[in-house]
Structure formats: C-alpha cells, structure tokens
Design a protein around this ligand. Sequence first.
Ligand code: 1HE
Length: 260
Amino acid sequence: MPDLPPSLSAARDGDIAVLRLSRPDKRNALNDPTVLSLETFFTGLPDGVRAVVLAGEGRHFCAGLDLGELQERDVAEGLRHSRMWHSVFEAIEFGRVPVVAVLHGAVVGGGLELACACHVRVAERSAYYGLPEGQRGIFVGGGGSVRVPKLIGASRMMDMMLTGRVHDAAEGQRLGLSHYLVEDGQGLATGLELARKIASNAPMTNFAVMQAIPRIAEASGGNGYLTEALMAAVAQNEGEAKRRLRDFLEKRAGKVEKDG
Ligand code: 1HE
C-alpha cells in the first residue's frame, strides 16, 4: 500500500483496500498534504486491489476544506488550488477501481465533494450534508458544482448554498446523495459487503461502468450509443466474459435474486 501521512490510514482486506480519513480531532478536514496523498493512494494502488472503501474516523466523515490552512491566495493561486482538488478527485472518479464511500456525521463542503467523486455511497443515519461555503464567503472548489447537481439537481444545490440548508441522512437518501441508508455502526460492514460484490465482477465490466457511463451520460445520444457498442464489444470479447457466460449456461453461476 502507498506511504501515507498520519491524516490518512489504509488497510488491506483481501482484494479490498480500506482507506480512512484519520484526523478526527479536526473532523477530518482536508489540508493540502491530505488531498495530495489521496491522489498518491489512488494512483498507487497495488494490482491485487479491486475495490476501495473510503471512510472517516471519529464522529464525522469530513468537515471539508481545512479552514485553518486557508491561505491568502491571489487569483492565479486560487485557480491552481481548485484545479489541484479537481485532478485529485478525478483520480478517484476515473481511477482504476470503484470506490464505496461510507458516510457518517458531517459530510460537508469539500467532504461532500469528496463523497460525490466516489462511485457508491453508503450513509449511516447520523450522516448530514451541507455546503457551508456561502457562510464562509467562499465557493465550492472540489468539483461540487459539477458532481452535486448530477445527483440532486442544480436547483437543490443552489438552495443548499444560498440558505445553508442541511439535509439529514433520510432526506439525502431520498434526494439521491446516498445509495444505501443503514443504521449507525453498520456503514463499514455494508461498505465492505458492497465492495466485495464489486470486486467479484469482471474487471473489464467495472472499467466500462466507471469510464463509460459518466461520459455517455454527458454525450449526445448518437455518441453514447456508439461508445456503448464499442465498450460492449470490448467487454464481451474478454476471456472472463466467455467463462462467466459458460458458467451460467452450465448452471454453475448464481441467478439474479431479490435482495433481502
Ligand atoms: C476544522 C474544520 C475545518 C472543524 N477546517 N478545522 N467546512 C466547514 O465550514 C465546516 C466547519 N466545521 C463545522 O461546522 C463543525 O466543526 C462540524 C459540524 C464539522 C463538527 O462539529 P463538532 O462540534 O463535532 O466539532 P468542532 O468543535 O466544531 O471542531 C472540532 C475541531 O475541529 C476544532 O478545532 P479545535 O482546535 O478548536 O479543537 C475545529 O476548529 C476543527 N475543525 N472543521 C479546520 N473545516 C475545495 S473547496 C471546499 C470548500 C469547503 O469545504 S468550505 C466548508 C468548510
């Protein structure tokens, strides 16, 4: 596993890596070394890792940008700083493996931006979502204005930023900020269970899901259909796809069953 600063900790559980924001005394606020180390982690994952679970230590997932380290920046430096966050969060969203975020307590500002760069979000009942940038006199800078509206719509994001509205976990689930809502203390186990399912997929299917679906969603219908056809042809040509289809036809594979 890549070397990490004390604000992050990582552990390996078979083909799953569990990464934790580990600065609970500062509510896992994200300073520059932590943000840059997220990139080091996600770009340096060992080959055997097939999914990542991202969680936060302490009572909160993440309090967003470390306001204590917010320096005076001129316009050019401010631009570069935000673009640095963009490149790190892109390394997560378009990285090698899917990431399951486990959310609890505050998921605010840059913490919500980080959660939105992950592929699946599990929220515990204690989770709540806010974009307090308006109160702080700043603006989102970690990709939130692109990713949050994709989940809840631009108009709801505007409400959060203009009025300081905070959504609780149940509302976040209803709006689409989380995919799963679980009891407090159950988030990590659920995240690991989902990560194991993800890791058991054919790697080419996971690659196609991560790389193609968000891009097709932004493409014209014609470009989308063509990209889908190309990706489908690539995936089905893999030996792994052929083996899995044979397993099903010869009754060795699981059937589709209802959850729960
Ligand atoms: C921090 C931060 C932080 C806490 N940067 N130090 N984010 C915010 O505006 C959220 C600001 N934080 C809060 O609203 C609250 O701290 C929480 C709701 C997250 C947690 O409350 P609580 O009662 O558990 O903790 P606390 O007592 O407020 O904070 C504990 C310590 O963490 C305290 O430091 P201490 O030295 O006095 O113990 C706090 O100062 C510290 N702390 N949050 C620095 N964010 C790419 S652009 C992204 C833009 C943004 O993310 S803007 C949103 C910033």
